[in-house]
Design a protein around this ligand. Structure first.
Ligand code: SF4
Ligand code: MG
Length: 333
């Protein structure tokens, strides 16, 4: 199948007075239709920046240096701002972590949804209200008629996030990018919002990119996952395969640090060290300072992506295990 979105060899740099610093290096992954792709990694690994690149909303001092972002086989890189805006409004929607920042505190939520509806189709005032209420119901807001007249601050965090999701659905996007959409919410509400995303995927046939630092969230909603570290993709594959048998030392560390309720009382594992800052990155493997498997080569040569049977991994430990021909593997089995 042709992917809905295909990011290839994406390289994004920040421009500072002293130099250009590469925040994304050779990032490649695809999203297929009706799929939920997770992007996981600690903060500072380039997850949000990747989504900003896809949306064409990079910070002012950052730009795409190399690579393609193909959406429905059309390269968005070098597209005119006008065209990109159209795609952003119609085909790709984004939901951020803090719903308050995307809502206007001075407008009732009903009005806000109505305003966005107006931009997308012409309809009478009463039709607009009807559509707004039905959207609010679709995202699981009870007593929608009453809530219609509420201001954002009168709603709980979970309800506000539902309003933001309702707004994101107005254009019937093919792709929804959700950047840590449940991080600010408590666990019960988080589970309900994840359920809502699952419903949306199924009823609307949308694809989702779900960004999170939390494997607990990723395992609940994603089909495949891309693990990012210091601006690079270090491993990708099906969530079930990677959870069962992570290959990259970074992924192993992340999975080892998932809280396990059966091991109460034991101290939770954390990966030693921190993600190198943008200006501290050197050649070689980006994980080298924190890796207990590092070898000499890791300091100098950046590992290439190796395709294994169930996942791809960028680590010198697997340099000679490439699966060249999948049918051979199947025969051996
Ligand atoms: Fe560790 Fe080397 Fe693999 Fe990097 S390439 S993760 S340093 S073993
Ligand atoms: Mg982020």
């Amino acid at each position: 199948a042709t992917p809905l979105l295909s990011v290839e060899n994406l390289d994004v740099a920040f421009h500072f007075k002293d130099n250009d610093y590469h925040a994304l290096n050779d990032v490649s992954f695809s999203v297929f239709s009706n799929e939920v792709l997770g992007i996981v990694g600690e903060s500072g690994c380039g997850k949000s920046l990747t989504s900003q690149a896809i949306m064409g909303i990079l910070p002012k001092n950052a730009s795409i240096q190399q690579g393609t972002i193909a959406f429905n086989q059309k390269n968005l890189v070098n597209m005119k701002e006008k065209e990109w805006q159209k795609i952003r409004g119609d085909a790709i929607s984004m939901i951020s972590q803090e719903p308050m920042t995307s809502l206007n505190p001075l407008l009732t939520v009903g009005k806000q949804i109505g305003e966005v509806l107006k931009q997308h189709r012409s309809c009478s005032k009463s039709e607009r209200k009807e559509k707004t209420i039905s959207l609010m119901k679709e995202v699981g807001l009870p007593r929608a008629e009453e809530l219609y007249k509420s201001y954002p601050h009168q709603l709980s965090g979970g309800m506000r996030q539902r309003i933001v999701i309702a707004i994101a659905l107005i254009a019937s996007p093919q792709l929804i990018i959700a950047d840590e959409p449940t991080t600010a919410l408590d666990v019960t509400i988080q589970a309900q919002i994840l359920e809502l995303f699952r419903d949306i995927k199924n009823t609307r046939n949308s694809s989702l990119i779900f960004i999170s630092h939390d494997w607990g969230v990723i395992r609940q909603i994603c089909d495949r996952v891309v693990v990012m570290y210091a601006g690079r993709v270090v491993e990708q594959g099906k969530v079930s395969d990677i959870l069962y048998e992570p290959k990259h030392p970074y992924t192993k560390g992340l999975i080892q640090s998932i809280p396990d309720h059966t091991k109460r009382g034991e101290e939770l594992y954390t990966i030693p060290g921190t993600v190198p800052g943008l200006k501290e990155r050197k050649g070689g493997c980006p994980f080298v300072d924190r890796c207990s498997h590092r070898m000499d080569v890791c300091h100098t040569i950046s590992p290439e992506e190796v395709h294994l049977e169930n996942q791809s991994v960028s680590c010198h430990l697997y340099a000679e295990e490439e699966v060249k021909n999948v049918s051979t593997i199947n025969r051996i089995r």
